[in-house]
Design a protein around this ligand. Sequence first.
Ligand SMILES: Cc1ncc(COP(=O)(O)O)c(C=O)c1O
Length: 389
Amino acid sequence: MNSTKNTTNEIHFGRPLIGEAERAAVMDVLAGPVLAHGPRGKQFEADFAAWTGAPEAISVSNCTAGLHLVWFALGIGPGDEVIVPTVTHTATAHAVELTGARAVFADIDRATGNIDPAAVEAALTPRTRGISVVHFLGLPANMTRINAIAQKHNLFVLEDCALAVGTRFDGVHAGLIGGAGVFSFYPVKHMTTAEGGMIVTRDAALARKLRLAKAFGVDRGVEERTVPGIYDVVSLGFNYRMNEMAAALGIVQLKRMDGFLNTRRANAAALGKALDAIDGLHRLDVGDAKRVHSHYCTSVVLPDDVAGKRAEVALAMKAQAVGTSVYYPGPVPHLTYYREKYGYRRGQFPAGEWFSGGTLALPCAPHLDTNDMARVGAALTTAIKEVRK
Ligand SMILES: Cc1ncc(COP(=O)(O)O)c(C=O)c1O
C-alpha cells in the first residue's frame, strides 16, 4: 500500500512514492549498528552505476554538495570562471561560487529551456575553466555543441542532472556525456532518498579525489583501518557523505525507476494532448529518440496576455485542487544575491527573463495517472479563461 495515495481529490505537484519495501529497508538499517558509511552506501553506488552504465558512482549528501565537490576536486577557485545557464536552480551557480570562482551566466534557448551554446561561446573569457549544463526538467542539453566548445577551449563539462534520472543523449545516460554529472534525490525528484545525491563519471582519477574529499580527505574507510580510530588525512575535504538510511531508500527506489519513468512518459503525453486545446500557450521541446526526456514536470510559458498574471492562474488552478510550481522563479542573475554582487540589469538575459517571468510547471509525476492529466489540462484551460475575464 502506498502511504501517499490521495484521500482527497487534490492533485499535488509532487509527492514521494514511499511504500512498504522502502519502510522495511529503513527499519532494517535502524535495527543494526551501522547508520553511516556502511554496506548500503556501497550497494546503492554499485546499483546506480549499473543502472546508468557509469564506470564510477559516488554517493553524496545532496546534489548541491556533489556539484561543489566536483568543482573543488578539479581545483577551480578564485580567478576562475564557470559558465552556467540563467534559468536553473541557484545550486548550479552557488556550487561554483562556493569555491571562490565566478559563475558567469549564459542565456537559455527558448525552445528547450536549455543553455544556448551560442550564448556559452559569447560568455567565454581567458578565465573560463568549465561549463555547467543543466538538463532542463529532464530534456538533454545540446551536448554535441557543448562538448565541442569544451574540447576546443579545454574546459570541464559538469552536468547538473538534478532533474535528469532517466535522461539520455544518443543512448548515453545523462552525467556520462560530459566530464561528470550529479543527480538529486530530494523528495519530489524522479526518485528519493529524502535528501541525497550521486556523482557519476568515467574518470577514475577524479572519482578517487571525489571519494577522498567527500569524507574529510581521510585516507582509509572505517573497514580499512587495522587499528580503530587510526587514519591519515591526505587532502582538504568535507563531510558530504550519504547516510545508510538514505542509501537503503535509494536501493529500493532505483528498482522502481523504470516503472516511474514509464508513468511519467505516459502522463506527459496525455497532458501534452490536453494542452493542445489552449491557444497561445508556449510549449517546450519534448525530445525524441536521440534526446530522451525524463519528464520531471511539464513546464509551459503562459500565453502572452496572461503571462504577467501567473500568480492568478496558479491560484485559480489551486481553487480547482490542482497543484503547480515554478521552475525557476527568476533568471538566477536577477536573484538578489547575484544581482547585488555583480550588478546585473533587466534586459541582459532576454530569453531567461521571458521564460522565468511567465512559466508555470504542471505535474506529471508517477503519483498521478492519465485521468489526472486530463484534469490538469482542464484546470489550466479554466484558469486562463477566468484570468482573461
Ligand atoms: C537543477 C538543480 N540543481 C541542483 C538542485 C539542488 O539539489 P539538492 O536539493 O539535492 O541539493 C536542484 C534542486 O531542485 C535543481 O533543480
